[in-house]
Design a protein around this ligand. Sequence first.
Ligand code: FAD
Length: 240
Amino acid sequence: MDRLTPVEQRAPGHWQVGTVGAVKPETPRVKSFSIELPMWMPHLPGQHYDVRLTAPDGYRAQRSYSVASSPLDEGRIELTIDRLEDGEVSPYFHDVVVEGDQVEVRGPFTSYFVWRGEAPVLLVGGGSGVVPLMAMLRHRRRTMPELPMRLVYSVRTAEDVIYHGELGDETVLTFTREPPPGWSGHTGRINAALVSEAAPEPGTAFVCGSNGFVETASALLLEVGFDPARVRTERFGPTG
Ligand SMILES: Cc1cc2nc3c(=O)[nH]c(=O)nc-3n(C[C@H](O)[C@H](O)[C@H](O)COP(=O)(O)OP(=O)(O)OC[C@H]3O[C@@H](n4cnc5c(N)ncnc54)[C@H](O)[C@@H]3O)c2cc1C
């Protein structure tokens, strides 16, 4: 029997060379990269890809980046990358990668931090942790706009709001450092009152951000009555 069916050839895990399309600055330190993939396969909102860079001397660095786009965008994925000052991979994307470049990726990965249409759903993101949540929001808008989904999004200042043009009534923002002038909404860290306001009834929750953010936010969700089995978390980095 011929086992090399087209489906098997497109299974995740194979490195492939993608071509960078549009590069969109989102904030002063965050950019979105649209990447066309020759072996594209639909992802589930919440999944990520691995990206691998190889230096001329053969040195390799590999990092994970969540898919920000809906799986309805056939043939391409969007990755949104926060530039870490002393980082290896994220500054390369920001400072070097331009439209038309080729990048090596493999995915999509993860079966736990994915949204499969559960409702109601509360998304809780800190900083670039909003990226996989955006894939869920975008996909819900295009497939089941009536489905109850809210986003609680914690950012430092107004200029740090990623996807600001796309956030609508479903989003509750809180500014932890400096709110924009005239802001009458939430400020400071996410607290129980904010979570209860966004999600009057506990349902499924997706929490993503730095380790510290995820710890605090998921503890809050349990405090306001979320079932631990329905709180899914994704941690992006080592700092709090
Ligand atoms: C499943 C998954 C999905 C991810 N999705 C995204 C995404 O969509 N967008 C995105 O921008 N990043 C995402 N990340 C983080 C990403 O994989 C890298 O860790 C990040 O880009 C830093 O890589 P670097 O090579 O630039 O820095 P490194 O060279 O790895 O690290 C530089 C310094 O920054 C610290 N550091 C590393 N990662 C972080 C972090 N996330 N926050 C704060 N400090 C850190 C390190 O301890 C070190 O001191 C994701 C991580 C995981 C595990």
